[in-house]
Design a binder for this molecule. Structure first.
Ligand SMILES: NC(=O)C1=CN([C@@H]2O[C@H](COP(=O)(O)OP(=O)(O)OC[C@H]3O[C@@H](n4cnc5c(N)ncnc54)[C@H](O)[C@@H]3O)[C@@H](O)[C@H]2O)C=CC1
Ligand SMILES: O=C([O-])CC(=O)C(=O)O
Length: 309
């Protein structure tokens, strides 16, 4: 950006660093990244926001930086600036990677996105090994295990800090269940467990709060709609990508919970795809309690009904 010849930005009366957390978004110029960057710039828990992408990072940064909220925003473009983007971060959110087109499964994204996630996680291991990582890039069921392997190889793996973002499944479940019950979605809490792809997405309708019951038809409709929510958006966008706005909303909901956990707030509970001993699978989404070191407590599944089992 051109600076005025009268007053250079470096000469402005800088205030001391505001209290808060340092957050990086990797893939910040994308369909999810841009609204996510905007919403994180609005989050009062964020003092520094680093926006990294391989395209248009500076354009998005210039735009977002004009918002009159507290976080200081800096842009980083391309691999040579990855390390600067990551150094000192408390939380790294990763929506980098290609999205689905109609007819594709999330697994079809594996070849491209696995490589992207690997490179980004190598940077995290080197520059901010203690950061909490929120991994959005699909297929989440595979990118989280890949990130774990990268961190293991680097000697920095801490399972509690590596969290696959499944919040959009919960957000959808709350919305669709509220619709069926005629409630305000903000009053509804549906645990969604398992993974983030097709039938691995399992809403626990028997554990909905407020307590309620569903007919077999309602259970079938809701389970299918929640499991296929991503595909519903991919088909509606007809080749222009997958969920971005609802995903940015969900990502911020989850990131904010992680930051409240880091701050030491009590009782911060969210669903996330995490290393787990709840089932025989090495990674599984369940409710967890978020704290200063990430997912500090992983909750059991609780009583399941016949359909859910
Ligand atoms: N976990 C979840 O619930 C959801 C996950 N997703 C996934 O999120 C990912 C991103 O989706 P969109 O934002 O719609 O895609 P997009 O294509 O609009 O944006 C992706 C961004 O990543 C950037 N990028 C590509 N390679 C990169 C690299 N090596 N380093 C940094 N940035 C890089 C691109 O330049 C682009 O700006 C996809 O894999 C998608 O499937 C989407 C919705 C929900
Ligand atoms: O369906 C997709 O490809 C994107 C996604 O993960 C979702 O919207 O849940």
């Amino acid at each position: 950006m051109e600076e005025s010849s009268v007053l250079r930005r470096a000469n402005c009366r800088a205030k001391g660093g505001a209290p808060g957390f340092k957050v990086a978004i990797l893939g910040a110029a994308g369909g999810i990244g841009q609204p996510l960057a905007m919403l994180m710039k609005m989050n009062p828990l964020v003092s520094v926001l680093h926006l990294y992408d391989v395209v248009n990072a500076h354009g998005v940064t210039a735009d977002i930086s004009h918002m009159d909220t507290g976080a200081v925003v800096r842009g980083f473009l391309g691999q040579p600036q990855l390390e600067s983007a990551l150094t000192g971060m408390d939380l790294v959110i990763i929506p980098a990677g290609v999205p689905r087109k109609p007819g594709m499964t999330r697994d079809d994204l594996f070849n491209i996105n696995a490589g992207i996630v690997r490179t980004l996680c190598e940077g995290i291991a080197k520059c901010c090994p203690n950061a909490i990582v929120n991994l959005i890039s699909n297929p989440v069921n595979s990118t989280v295990p890949i990130a774990a392997e990268v961190f293991k190889k680097a000697g920095t793996y801490e399972p509690k800090r590596l969290l696959g973002v499944t919040t959009l499944d919960v957000v959808r479940a709350n919305t669709f269940v509220a619709e069926v019950l005629g409630l305000d979605p903000r009053e509804v809490d549906v645990p969604v467990v398992g993974g983030h792809s097709g039938v691995t997405i399992l809403p626990l309708l028997s554990q909905v709060k407020p307590p309620c019951s569903f007919t077999p038809e309602e259970t079938e409709y809701l389970t299918n709609r929640i499991q296929n929510g991503g595909t519903e958006v991919v088909e509606a966008k007809a080749g222009a990508g997958s969920a971005t706005l609802s995903m940015a909303y969900a990502a911020v909901k989850f990131a904010d919970a992680c930051l409240r956990g880091l701050r030491g707030d009590a009782g911060v509970v969210e669903c996330t795809f995490v290393a787990s001993q709840v089932t025989e699978l090495p990674f599984f989404a369940t409710k967890v309690r978020l704290g200063r070191s990430g997912a500090e407590e992983i909750y059991q599944l609780g009583p399941l009904n016949e359909y859910e089992r």
